[in-house]
Design a protein around this ligand. Structure first.
Ligand code: SF4
Length: 178
């Protein structure tokens, strides 16, 4: 990847330093992820979540248009009933700035799949057209049908279902670069 060193300098932040370059072809896209969005996720219908995202087939094609990606892992200890939303917003803001700076290096296709569902607004529009922050709203990998567990394992990291609460947990973002 051209500019790899320059991009890694942009990742020189303690919150962004846990990353791996991956081949986008190793991103696992699966129908079961979409089914879980539809039938077991309380965020279904938010403006950056299904059904406001491309079909599973289109998501597969999307990853096929890239030759480089960066998997970024975030770690936090938290209680599910008291999710650290301020921390999450801060990480999203850092990722958007990273995406912007990589784009400005000349990588016009750069696109961020955020570490969380978009939670910018108290009352989400529930669709793309009426989104209240179109410029900054980004989908999560899961909203693009990414099997995050398998994708992380394909990259040589471990990831298991978090069984206890409160607990240590990871969030995963993917920055596609071309
Ligand atoms: S920016 Fe607001 S309206 Fe748009 S998807 Fe995010 S939460 Fe919904």
């Amino acid at each position: 990847m051209e500019d790899r060193e320059l991009i890694e300098e942009l990742l020189n932040d303690p919150d962004l330093s846990d990353f791996k370059w991956i081949d986008p072809r190793s991103v696992s896209v699966a129908q079961w992820v979409r089914v879980k969005c539809m039938f077991s996720c309380s965020d279904y219908g938010l403006g950056c979540c299904p059904p406001n995202t491309p079909s599973v087939e289109e998501c597969k094609n999307f990853f096929g248009e890239y030759t480089s990606a960066i998997l970024i892992r975030f770690s936090q200890f938290a209680d599910r009933r008291n999710y650290p939303s301020d921390w999450s917003k801060e990480m999203t803001s850092k990722l958007l700035e990273l995406e912007r700076r990589v784009f400005l290096l000349g990588h016009e296709r750069t696109f961020l799949l955020n570490q969380t569902c978009c939670d910018t607004c108290k009352h989400c529009s529930g669709n793309r057209v009426d989104c209240l922050d179109k410029k900054n709203a980004r989908p999560s990998p899961e909203a693009f049908a990414v099997d995050v567990y398998q994708t992380v394992r394909n990259a040589g990291w471990e990831m298991e279902v978090v069984k206890e609460n409160p607990s240590h947990f990871h969030r995963i973002a993917i920055l596609l670069v071309e």
